[in-house]
Design a protein around this ligand. Structure first.
Ligand code: ADP
Ligand code: MG
Length: 247
């Protein structure tokens, strides 16, 4: 496979904070329709890597290509428009709006630039909201105020808000933190389903969950990649056991 066939190609990426390299000459490729899980000890640089890909943090050197378009130097909102969605650890939803309204406001405004014609899109937006609500297990909660949802349902709603924009790359930082075991099961199902037609990167600690969803696992340590491959191979790697799984 040539480097141009990947959804995401990160090459020799480095970011220094006052001389400390949080990401250190890191190279990583993610396929289209791949669900990649990134694991590693606290401080390994996992969140910083997502910050660099979405544009929240500026790279010191190296390259990040999304569908062969160079991202480094591109503003965060432009990356969103190219199809990159990022879910942060704490859900950022509108607590006093309903589930329906939260999804509705997430419909990309760029698609209804002709303000006067916007009303003609209403049915289309409603259909999109309905489809996403079904995806995220909240179809019977459309009229519910988001603040009244369980913690897990709030996480799903935020994933849904990202899905409204039909991202081609979706990145999620510890999406099952604080979820019940039933919610975790459903989230595994959801992530598998949404990776059918987009690349998904998930940062996660729960190894049972990782084993359930990962196509491939990348293990980070001190800003570098320590190991990468199928879960069983990575789990059996002495280097990985030493710095991460052994603890
Ligand atoms: P992880 O998500 O793997 O736990 P992080 O990416 O959050 O790790 O952090 C990696 C390292 O980079 C940590 O040592 C952290 O303190 C440092 N770091 C992250 N962001 C910044 C920043 N904006 N300024 C300074 N140091 C940072
Ligand atoms: Mg983190």
């Amino acid at each position: 496979m040539s480097n141009t066939d990947f959804a995401l190609a990160v090459e020799d990426l480095t970011v220094s904070f006052d001389g400390f390299k949080a990401i250190d000459t890191l190279t990583l490729y993610v396929d289209r329709n791949e669900l990649r899980v990134i694991i590693g000890p606290n401080g390994a640089g996992k969140t910083t890597l997502l910050d660099l890909i979405c544009g929240k943090t500026k790279a010191s050197s190296g390259s990040i290509k999304f569908n062969n378009t160079e991202l480094t130097g591109m503003a965060e909102h432009k990356r969103v428009r190219l199809g990159i969605g990022r879910k942060f650890q704490t859900p950022s939803i509108y607590e006093n709006l309903t589930v329906f309204q939260n999804l509705e406001v997430s419909y990309p405004s760029g698609r209804s630039v002709f303000g006067a014609l916007a009303f003609q899109c209403t049915d289309k937006i409603k259909a999109a909201v309905q489809a996403v609500a079904e995806d995220i297990f909240l179809a019977d909660k459309l009229g519910t105020e988001a603040g009244l949802l369980s913690h897990g349902q709030k996480q799903w709603l935020e994933i849904g808000m990202l899905l409204m924009q039909e991202p081609e790359l979706l990145m999620l930082d510890e999406p099952i933190a604080g979820m019940s075991s039933r919610e975790r099961e459903l989230t595994a199902e959801l992530l598998q389903r949404i990776s059918n037609n987009r690349a998904v990167i998930v940062i996660e600690h729960d190894m049972d969950f990782v084993a359930q969803i990962a196509h491939k696992v990348t293990v980070m340590h001190q800003g570098k990649i320590l190991a990468e491959g199928p879960m069983d191979q990575v789990q059996a790697d002495p280097k990985v056991i030493d710095v991460y799984l052994g603890h």
